[in-house]
Design a protein around this ligand. Structure first.
Ligand code: PLP
Length: 384
Protein backbone atom coordinates (compact mmCIF):
# COMPACT_ATOMS: atom_id res chain seq x y z
CA UNK A 1 0.00 0.00 0.00
CA UNK A 2 2.97 2.35 0.59
CA UNK A 3 3.87 1.89 -3.07
CA UNK A 4 0.34 2.70 -4.18
CA UNK A 5 0.38 5.80 -2.01
CA UNK A 6 3.56 7.00 -3.76
CA UNK A 7 2.01 6.31 -7.17
CA UNK A 8 -1.06 8.34 -6.28
CA UNK A 9 1.13 11.19 -5.07
CA UNK A 10 3.07 11.15 -8.34
CA UNK A 11 -0.16 11.22 -10.29
CA UNK A 12 -1.27 14.24 -8.30
CA UNK A 13 2.06 15.98 -8.95
CA UNK A 14 1.65 15.39 -12.71
CA UNK A 15 -1.77 17.03 -12.74
CA UNK A 16 -3.35 13.70 -13.69
CA UNK A 17 -5.35 12.99 -10.54
CA UNK A 18 -9.05 12.41 -11.20
CA UNK A 19 -11.81 13.58 -8.89
CA UNK A 20 -15.45 12.62 -9.00
CA UNK A 21 -18.13 15.23 -8.52
CA UNK A 22 -21.54 14.18 -7.21
CA UNK A 23 -24.74 14.83 -9.11
CA UNK A 24 -27.61 15.60 -6.75
CA UNK A 25 -30.36 16.26 -9.31
CA UNK A 26 -31.69 14.48 -12.36
CA UNK A 27 -29.33 14.20 -15.33
CA UNK A 28 -29.85 17.02 -17.81
CA UNK A 29 -28.79 20.58 -18.56
CA UNK A 30 -29.79 22.36 -15.33
CA UNK A 31 -28.15 20.24 -12.65
CA UNK A 32 -27.09 20.38 -9.01
CA UNK A 33 -23.53 19.13 -8.56
CA UNK A 34 -21.66 19.11 -5.24
CA UNK A 35 -24.28 21.47 -3.86
CA UNK A 36 -23.98 24.01 -6.71
CA UNK A 37 -26.51 24.82 -9.41
CA UNK A 38 -24.61 24.46 -12.66
CA UNK A 39 -25.44 24.29 -16.36
CA UNK A 40 -23.99 21.04 -17.65
CA UNK A 41 -21.91 20.98 -20.84
CA UNK A 42 -20.31 17.60 -20.24
CA UNK A 43 -22.98 14.89 -20.29
CA UNK A 44 -23.79 12.56 -23.18
CA UNK A 45 -27.55 12.88 -22.77
CA UNK A 46 -27.61 14.47 -26.22
CA UNK A 47 -31.36 14.50 -26.73
CA UNK A 48 -32.40 15.32 -23.17
CA UNK A 49 -34.04 11.91 -22.67
CA UNK A 50 -32.35 10.62 -19.50
CA UNK A 51 -34.99 12.14 -17.22
CA UNK A 52 -37.86 12.27 -19.74
CA UNK A 53 -41.32 11.47 -18.28
CA UNK A 54 -42.00 8.79 -20.93
CA UNK A 55 -38.82 6.91 -19.94
CA UNK A 56 -39.56 7.28 -16.24
CA UNK A 57 -43.06 5.91 -16.59
CA UNK A 58 -41.98 3.04 -18.86
CA UNK A 59 -39.37 2.04 -16.28
CA UNK A 60 -41.62 2.39 -13.25
CA UNK A 61 -44.44 0.52 -15.00
CA UNK A 62 -42.09 -2.37 -15.77
CA UNK A 63 -40.75 -2.35 -12.22
CA UNK A 64 -44.32 -2.53 -10.88
CA UNK A 65 -45.01 -5.49 -13.12
CA UNK A 66 -41.71 -7.39 -13.08
CA UNK A 67 -39.65 -6.11 -10.15
CA UNK A 68 -36.16 -4.71 -10.31
CA UNK A 69 -33.48 -7.35 -10.76
CA UNK A 70 -33.19 -9.68 -13.75
CA UNK A 71 -32.05 -12.44 -11.41
CA UNK A 72 -29.63 -14.28 -13.71
CA UNK A 73 -27.64 -14.12 -16.92
CA UNK A 74 -29.39 -14.25 -20.31
CA UNK A 75 -28.48 -17.91 -20.77
CA UNK A 76 -29.89 -18.96 -17.41
CA UNK A 77 -33.30 -17.39 -16.78
CA UNK A 78 -32.58 -13.66 -16.92
CA UNK A 79 -33.53 -13.15 -20.57
CA UNK A 80 -36.85 -11.32 -20.36
CA UNK A 81 -39.58 -10.76 -22.94
CA UNK A 82 -38.74 -7.01 -22.70
CA UNK A 83 -35.09 -7.71 -23.65
CA UNK A 84 -36.34 -9.75 -26.57
CA UNK A 85 -38.66 -7.00 -27.75
CA UNK A 86 -35.94 -4.39 -27.35
CA UNK A 87 -33.51 -6.44 -29.44
CA UNK A 88 -36.09 -6.87 -32.19
CA UNK A 89 -36.85 -3.15 -32.30
CA UNK A 90 -33.17 -2.15 -32.29
CA UNK A 91 -32.37 -4.55 -35.13
CA UNK A 92 -35.24 -3.25 -37.24
CA UNK A 93 -34.34 0.37 -36.47
CA UNK A 94 -30.75 -0.19 -37.67
CA UNK A 95 -31.69 -2.34 -40.66
CA UNK A 96 -29.88 -5.38 -39.29
CA UNK A 97 -31.02 -9.01 -39.02
CA UNK A 98 -30.57 -9.18 -35.29
CA UNK A 99 -29.36 -7.26 -32.25
CA UNK A 100 -28.02 -8.41 -28.90
CA UNK A 101 -28.25 -6.38 -25.69
CA UNK A 102 -25.27 -5.90 -23.36
CA UNK A 103 -24.97 -4.40 -19.91
CA UNK A 104 -22.56 -1.74 -21.19
CA UNK A 105 -20.70 -0.61 -24.28
CA UNK A 106 -17.50 -1.63 -22.58
CA UNK A 107 -18.76 -5.22 -22.27
CA UNK A 108 -20.06 -5.19 -25.85
CA UNK A 109 -16.67 -4.20 -27.24
CA UNK A 110 -14.77 -6.73 -25.11
CA UNK A 111 -17.23 -9.34 -26.32
CA UNK A 112 -16.93 -8.73 -30.05
CA UNK A 113 -13.15 -8.87 -30.28
CA UNK A 114 -12.71 -11.75 -27.83
CA UNK A 115 -15.49 -13.90 -29.32
CA UNK A 116 -14.48 -13.41 -32.95
CA UNK A 117 -10.69 -13.37 -32.85
CA UNK A 118 -7.83 -15.42 -31.47
CA UNK A 119 -4.07 -15.74 -31.67
CA UNK A 120 -4.03 -16.40 -35.43
CA UNK A 121 -5.96 -13.29 -36.32
CA UNK A 122 -5.29 -9.61 -36.96
CA UNK A 123 -7.08 -6.58 -35.61
CA UNK A 124 -6.59 -3.16 -37.20
CA UNK A 125 -7.66 -0.14 -35.27
CA UNK A 126 -7.62 3.65 -35.30
CA UNK A 127 -5.13 5.04 -32.79
CA UNK A 128 -7.81 7.18 -31.18
CA UNK A 129 -10.34 4.40 -30.70
CA UNK A 130 -12.21 4.25 -27.39
CA UNK A 131 -10.47 2.47 -24.48
CA UNK A 132 -13.01 -0.38 -24.59
CA UNK A 133 -11.97 -1.19 -28.17
CA UNK A 134 -8.32 -1.15 -27.20
CA UNK A 135 -8.98 -3.45 -24.24
CA UNK A 136 -11.11 -5.75 -26.41
CA UNK A 137 -8.21 -6.06 -28.82
CA UNK A 138 -5.91 -7.05 -25.96
CA UNK A 139 -8.35 -9.59 -24.61
CA UNK A 140 -8.73 -11.19 -28.04
CA UNK A 141 -5.00 -12.04 -28.21
CA UNK A 142 -5.06 -11.15 -31.92
CA UNK A 143 -2.12 -9.30 -33.45
CA UNK A 144 -3.02 -5.62 -33.12
CA UNK A 145 -2.01 -3.03 -35.72
CA UNK A 146 -2.95 0.57 -35.03
CA UNK A 147 -3.31 3.05 -37.88
CA UNK A 148 -2.98 6.82 -37.70
CA UNK A 149 -6.16 8.59 -36.72
CA UNK A 150 -8.66 8.79 -39.59
CA UNK A 151 -6.00 7.80 -42.09
CA UNK A 152 -7.37 5.11 -44.44
CA UNK A 153 -4.16 5.26 -46.50
CA UNK A 154 -2.15 4.15 -43.50
CA UNK A 155 -4.69 1.40 -42.86
CA UNK A 156 -4.40 0.27 -46.50
CA UNK A 157 -0.67 0.09 -46.07
CA UNK A 158 -0.94 -2.00 -42.91
CA UNK A 159 -3.50 -4.32 -44.49
CA UNK A 160 -1.27 -4.85 -47.52
CA UNK A 161 1.81 -5.62 -45.48
CA UNK A 162 0.31 -7.58 -42.59
CA UNK A 163 0.79 -11.04 -44.12
CA UNK A 164 -1.52 -13.98 -43.62
CA UNK A 165 -4.14 -14.31 -40.97
CA UNK A 166 -7.05 -16.61 -40.31
CA UNK A 167 -9.37 -13.59 -39.81
CA UNK A 168 -9.09 -9.83 -40.01
CA UNK A 169 -11.12 -7.22 -38.22
CA UNK A 170 -10.99 -3.46 -38.79
CA UNK A 171 -12.35 -1.51 -35.82
CA UNK A 172 -13.25 2.17 -35.54
CA UNK A 173 -15.24 4.60 -33.45
CA UNK A 174 -18.03 6.13 -35.57
CA UNK A 175 -17.85 9.53 -33.85
CA UNK A 176 -14.54 9.77 -31.98
CA UNK A 177 -15.42 10.25 -28.35
CA UNK A 178 -12.73 12.79 -27.38
CA UNK A 179 -12.37 14.65 -30.69
CA UNK A 180 -15.90 14.68 -32.07
CA UNK A 181 -14.81 13.99 -35.64
CA UNK A 182 -16.23 11.08 -37.64
CA UNK A 183 -14.72 8.04 -39.36
CA UNK A 184 -14.76 7.79 -43.14
CA UNK A 185 -16.92 4.67 -43.28
CA UNK A 186 -17.06 4.51 -47.05
CA UNK A 187 -13.28 4.28 -47.33
CA UNK A 188 -12.98 1.87 -44.41
CA UNK A 189 -15.72 -0.40 -45.79
CA UNK A 190 -14.03 -0.40 -49.20
CA UNK A 191 -10.68 -1.36 -47.69
CA UNK A 192 -12.21 -4.03 -45.48
CA UNK A 193 -13.96 -5.59 -48.48
CA UNK A 194 -10.81 -5.48 -50.60
CA UNK A 195 -8.72 -7.18 -47.92
CA UNK A 196 -11.29 -9.72 -46.81
CA UNK A 197 -11.70 -8.13 -43.38
CA UNK A 198 -14.78 -7.47 -41.28
CA UNK A 199 -15.55 -3.89 -40.27
CA UNK A 200 -16.76 -3.06 -36.75
CA UNK A 201 -18.11 0.43 -36.08
CA UNK A 202 -18.70 1.61 -32.52
CA UNK A 203 -21.29 4.33 -32.95
CA UNK A 204 -21.70 5.23 -29.27
CA UNK A 205 -21.89 8.96 -30.02
CA UNK A 206 -23.63 8.78 -33.40
CA UNK A 207 -26.54 6.49 -32.55
CA UNK A 208 -29.65 8.56 -31.86
CA UNK A 209 -28.24 11.80 -33.20
CA UNK A 210 -26.90 11.23 -36.73
CA UNK A 211 -28.73 10.03 -39.82
CA UNK A 212 -32.16 10.93 -41.14
CA UNK A 213 -33.95 8.75 -38.53
CA UNK A 214 -31.26 8.91 -35.87
CA UNK A 215 -29.90 5.43 -36.60
CA UNK A 216 -26.41 6.89 -36.48
CA UNK A 217 -23.34 7.41 -38.61
CA UNK A 218 -23.95 4.11 -40.36
CA UNK A 219 -27.33 5.42 -41.55
CA UNK A 220 -25.85 8.81 -42.46
CA UNK A 221 -23.17 7.11 -44.55
CA UNK A 222 -25.72 4.70 -46.07
CA UNK A 223 -23.82 1.60 -44.94
CA UNK A 224 -25.79 -1.63 -44.89
CA UNK A 225 -25.11 -4.82 -42.95
CA UNK A 226 -22.95 -6.13 -45.75
CA UNK A 227 -20.64 -3.09 -45.65
CA UNK A 228 -20.60 -2.74 -41.87
CA UNK A 229 -21.21 -6.28 -40.62
CA UNK A 230 -20.61 -5.42 -36.94
CA UNK A 231 -22.42 -2.41 -35.53
CA UNK A 232 -22.06 -1.51 -31.86
CA UNK A 233 -23.99 1.31 -30.22
CA UNK A 234 -24.59 2.34 -26.65
CA UNK A 235 -27.87 3.20 -24.97
CA UNK A 236 -26.48 5.36 -22.15
CA UNK A 237 -25.82 8.39 -24.35
CA UNK A 238 -28.40 9.79 -26.78
CA UNK A 239 -31.00 7.19 -25.75
CA UNK A 240 -30.84 8.29 -22.15
CA UNK A 241 -30.89 4.80 -20.59
CA UNK A 242 -27.94 2.41 -20.11
CA UNK A 243 -26.37 -0.59 -21.79
CA UNK A 244 -25.46 -1.26 -25.38
CA UNK A 245 -26.16 -3.55 -28.31
CA UNK A 246 -24.38 -5.27 -31.15
CA UNK A 247 -26.29 -5.56 -34.42
CA UNK A 248 -25.57 -7.69 -37.46
CA UNK A 249 -26.25 -11.04 -39.07
CA UNK A 250 -27.83 -14.07 -37.45
CA UNK A 251 -24.46 -15.85 -37.51
CA UNK A 252 -22.68 -12.94 -35.80
CA UNK A 253 -25.25 -12.70 -33.02
CA UNK A 254 -25.39 -16.45 -32.42
CA UNK A 255 -21.59 -16.56 -32.26
CA UNK A 256 -21.66 -13.86 -29.57
CA UNK A 257 -24.34 -15.71 -27.59
CA UNK A 258 -22.20 -18.86 -27.68
CA UNK A 259 -18.73 -17.40 -27.12
CA UNK A 260 -18.76 -13.87 -25.70
CA UNK A 261 -17.62 -14.33 -22.12
CA UNK A 262 -18.59 -10.83 -20.91
CA UNK A 263 -22.09 -11.71 -22.17
CA UNK A 264 -22.38 -15.29 -20.97
CA UNK A 265 -20.98 -14.72 -17.49
CA UNK A 266 -22.83 -11.58 -16.51
CA UNK A 267 -26.28 -10.93 -15.03
CA UNK A 268 -28.78 -9.50 -17.52
CA UNK A 269 -29.68 -5.84 -17.07
CA UNK A 270 -33.03 -5.07 -15.39
CA UNK A 271 -36.02 -5.65 -17.71
CA UNK A 272 -37.26 -2.16 -16.76
CA UNK A 273 -34.21 -0.72 -18.50
CA UNK A 274 -35.28 -2.41 -21.72
CA UNK A 275 -38.75 -0.91 -21.24
CA UNK A 276 -37.21 2.56 -20.91
CA UNK A 277 -35.07 1.97 -24.00
CA UNK A 278 -38.20 1.01 -25.96
CA UNK A 279 -39.80 4.30 -24.86
CA UNK A 280 -36.66 6.20 -25.94
CA UNK A 281 -36.76 4.53 -29.36
CA UNK A 282 -40.34 5.67 -29.77
CA UNK A 283 -39.32 9.26 -28.99
CA UNK A 284 -36.46 9.02 -31.50
CA UNK A 285 -39.01 8.16 -34.15
CA UNK A 286 -41.76 10.58 -33.16
CA UNK A 287 -39.73 13.63 -32.10
CA UNK A 288 -37.24 14.36 -34.86
CA UNK A 289 -37.16 17.96 -33.59
CA UNK A 290 -34.76 16.87 -30.85
CA UNK A 291 -32.10 15.95 -33.42
CA UNK A 292 -32.75 19.17 -35.30
CA UNK A 293 -32.47 21.26 -32.12
CA UNK A 294 -29.18 19.58 -31.23
CA UNK A 295 -27.78 20.35 -34.67
CA UNK A 296 -28.98 23.95 -34.42
CA UNK A 297 -27.19 24.21 -31.07
CA UNK A 298 -23.97 22.83 -32.58
CA UNK A 299 -24.10 25.41 -35.39
CA UNK A 300 -24.88 28.19 -32.93
CA UNK A 301 -22.07 27.27 -30.52
CA UNK A 302 -19.48 27.15 -33.31
CA UNK A 303 -20.59 30.45 -34.81
CA UNK A 304 -20.56 32.23 -31.44
CA UNK A 305 -17.24 30.70 -30.42
CA UNK A 306 -15.61 31.86 -33.66
CA UNK A 307 -16.96 35.37 -33.08
CA UNK A 308 -15.39 35.39 -29.61
CA UNK A 309 -12.04 34.07 -30.87
CA UNK A 310 -12.43 30.67 -29.17
CA UNK A 311 -10.85 28.04 -31.43
CA UNK A 312 -12.67 24.72 -31.11
CA UNK A 313 -11.50 21.50 -32.75
CA UNK A 314 -13.05 20.94 -36.19
CA UNK A 315 -16.13 18.90 -35.27
CA UNK A 316 -19.66 18.81 -36.62
CA UNK A 317 -21.02 16.64 -33.79
CA UNK A 318 -22.25 17.27 -30.25
CA UNK A 319 -18.67 16.82 -28.98
CA UNK A 320 -16.91 20.20 -29.29
CA UNK A 321 -13.48 20.04 -27.65
CA UNK A 322 -11.28 23.02 -26.84
CA UNK A 323 -7.63 21.93 -26.70
CA UNK A 324 -5.66 23.56 -23.87
CA UNK A 325 -2.52 21.38 -23.93
CA UNK A 326 -1.26 21.58 -20.37
CA UNK A 327 -2.95 19.24 -17.85
CA UNK A 328 -3.06 21.59 -14.88
CA UNK A 329 -4.17 24.54 -16.96
CA UNK A 330 -7.05 22.51 -18.37
CA UNK A 331 -8.14 21.47 -14.88
CA UNK A 332 -7.88 25.02 -13.56
CA UNK A 333 -10.03 26.30 -16.41
CA UNK A 334 -12.66 23.62 -15.72
CA UNK A 335 -12.64 24.53 -12.00
CA UNK A 336 -13.03 28.23 -12.78
CA UNK A 337 -15.92 27.51 -15.13
CA UNK A 338 -17.55 25.42 -12.43
CA UNK A 339 -17.24 28.30 -9.96
CA UNK A 340 -19.04 30.46 -12.56
CA UNK A 341 -21.87 27.94 -12.90
CA UNK A 342 -20.78 25.86 -15.91
CA UNK A 343 -19.88 22.18 -15.64
CA UNK A 344 -17.32 21.19 -18.29
CA UNK A 345 -14.80 18.43 -17.70
CA UNK A 346 -11.07 18.55 -18.44
CA UNK A 347 -9.90 15.43 -20.28
CA UNK A 348 -6.27 14.48 -19.78
CA UNK A 349 -3.87 11.67 -20.74
CA UNK A 350 -4.09 8.73 -21.02
CA UNK A 351 -7.65 9.34 -22.28
CA UNK A 352 -6.16 11.75 -24.85
CA UNK A 353 -2.56 11.94 -26.17
CA UNK A 354 0.02 13.70 -23.95
CA UNK A 355 0.09 17.47 -24.45
CA UNK A 356 -3.49 17.61 -25.72
CA UNK A 357 -5.46 18.04 -22.49
CA UNK A 358 -8.76 19.63 -23.36
CA UNK A 359 -12.13 20.83 -22.26
CA UNK A 360 -14.63 18.42 -23.75
CA UNK A 361 -17.71 20.55 -24.29
CA UNK A 362 -20.81 18.57 -25.19
CA UNK A 363 -24.15 19.85 -26.36
CA UNK A 364 -27.70 18.66 -25.89
CA UNK A 365 -31.01 19.37 -27.56
CA UNK A 366 -32.06 20.66 -24.13
CA UNK A 367 -29.61 23.60 -24.15
CA UNK A 368 -31.03 27.06 -24.77
CA UNK A 369 -29.01 29.58 -26.77
CA UNK A 370 -28.74 31.86 -23.71
CA UNK A 371 -26.94 29.05 -21.86
CA UNK A 372 -24.53 28.61 -24.76
CA UNK A 373 -23.90 32.38 -24.80
CA UNK A 374 -23.24 32.30 -21.06
CA UNK A 375 -20.72 29.48 -21.33
CA UNK A 376 -18.82 31.08 -24.22
CA UNK A 377 -18.72 34.57 -22.71
CA UNK A 378 -17.42 33.17 -19.44
CA UNK A 379 -14.88 31.03 -21.27
CA UNK A 380 -13.65 33.97 -23.35
CA UNK A 381 -13.18 36.04 -20.17
CA UNK A 382 -11.28 33.22 -18.41
CA UNK A 383 -9.05 32.55 -21.42
CA UNK A 384 -8.07 36.20 -21.60
C1 PLP B 1 -19.11 5.48 -23.91
C2 PLP B 1 -18.44 4.65 -24.93
C3 PLP B 1 -18.34 3.27 -24.77
C4 PLP B 1 -18.71 2.58 -23.49
O1 PLP B 1 -20.08 2.45 -23.37
P1 PLP B 1 -20.67 2.26 -21.90
O2 PLP B 1 -22.05 1.81 -22.14
O3 PLP B 1 -20.56 3.57 -21.23
O4 PLP B 1 -19.83 1.20 -21.24
C5 PLP B 1 -17.83 2.53 -25.83
N1 PLP B 1 -17.39 3.13 -26.95
C6 PLP B 1 -17.43 4.45 -27.11
C7 PLP B 1 -16.93 5.06 -28.37
C8 PLP B 1 -17.94 5.26 -26.09
O5 PLP B 1 -17.96 6.58 -26.24
Amino acid sequence: MKQLEAELAARRADGLYRHRRTLESAQGVATVVDGHRVVSFCGNDYLGLAAHPALRSAATGAIEQYGVGSGASHLVNGHHRLHEECERRLAAFCGRDRALLFGSGYAANLSVASALLGRHDQLFEDRLNHASLIDGARLSRARVLRYRHNDPRHLADLLRRAGDARRRLVVTDGVFSMDGDVADLEQLAGLAARHDAWLQVDDAHGFGVLGERGAGLVEQAGMDQHQVPILVATLGKALGTAGAFVAGSEVLIETLVQHARPYVYSTASPPALAAATLAALELLESEAWRRQKLHDNITYLRKRAAALGIVLMPSTTAIQPLVIGDNEQAVRLADDLFACGYHVVAIRPPTVPAGSARLRITLSAAHESAQIDGLLETLARLLD
